[in-house]
Design a protein around this ligand. Structure first.
Ligand code: SAH
Length: 237
């Protein structure tokens, strides 16, 4: 983490994924930019900007860039749901990213498959200090059968459902734990802007044929309370 006074950006794709965070911000003020509400407030004495990006890599990149360039965010945390791809990863489990990759990016044969052109990297690493803090907060927030995993998350502009789609990602990235649609875009923005970031995902489905079932109920009943508990602990520490 960098040493500047922390200005936190907390992002999710959809409002439910931020849990009760927005309601807990003190003295909130809202700025509407590019159709998104950027809500600034105080949480445990820290300045926080909370925003929902909407779905997909472009939406996530636009939102992350705005947080950094317009609001001076210097610590960025993304929370949300994802499909489980790792063998041990079950619905309800939690994955904290150590690395992220864009599984749908390929400028082959000009660049190796998956490599971000002219950045020269395929996998982007999360900030170790922020990630460890998020992991500790997540561990304390688990309930029931939930388990915590950490490792590679893949992002792309596709909802992954069905064996063939899921297997294609596993074939390219055998150590992948989860798939979603925003994390690696946020990672690229933060890497290029020099801002530490971390990503946490609750597993809403296992990217099989039933992946879209009960999505809304899962967010409300499992992912939202988990996000609330994690973020409360992250800021209590
Ligand atoms: N059914 C939802 C659409 C969700 S799109 C609706 O009606 O609103 C999926 C969102 O959850 C994305 O933000 C993505 O990051 C995450 N996600 C969860 N499971 C996923 C999967 N199997 N593949 C890709 N993204 C997934």
């Amino acid at each position: 983490m960098n040493k500047a006074t922390p200005v936190w950006g907390l992002m999710a794709a959809l409002p439910e994924e931020l849990g009760d965070l927005v309601h807990r911000l003190q003295a909130p003020t809202t700025h509407r930019i590019a159709g998104r509400d950027f809500i600034q407030g105080q949480l445990q004495g820290q300045t926080v900007h909370a925003v929902t990006a909407r779905i997909g890599k472009v939406a996530a990149a636009l939102t992350a860039t705005t947080l950094i360039e317009r609001f001076g965010v210097n610590h960025l945390v993304f929370v949300g749901v994802a499909g489980g791809l790792g063998q041990q990863v079950r619905r309800g489990d939690v994955v904290v990213a150590h690395e992220l990759v864009q599984h749908d990016l390929s400028a082959w044969p000009l660049f190796p498959r998956g490599e971000i052109p002219l950045l020269g990297k395929t996998r982007l690493s999360c900030d170790p200090t922020l990630t460890q803090a998020l992991q500790i907060a997540a561990q304390e927030a688990l309930v029931g059968e939930q388990r915590l995993h950490s490792g590679l998350i893949a992002s792309g502009d596709q909802f992954i459902q069905g064996h063939d789609m899921a297997q294609r990602i596993r074939d390219h990235y055998p150590d992948v734990l989860a798939v979603e649609m925003e994390g690696a875009a946020v990672a690229q923005v933060c890497e290029e802007c020099g801002v530490p970031f971390a990503v946490l995902r609750t597993i809403s489905d296992v990217a099989d044929d039933g992946a879209a079932h009960d999505f809304v109920a899962f967010m409300r009943d499992t992912a939202a309370p988990l996000a609330s508990r994690v973020l409360a602990r992250l800021f209590a520490g």
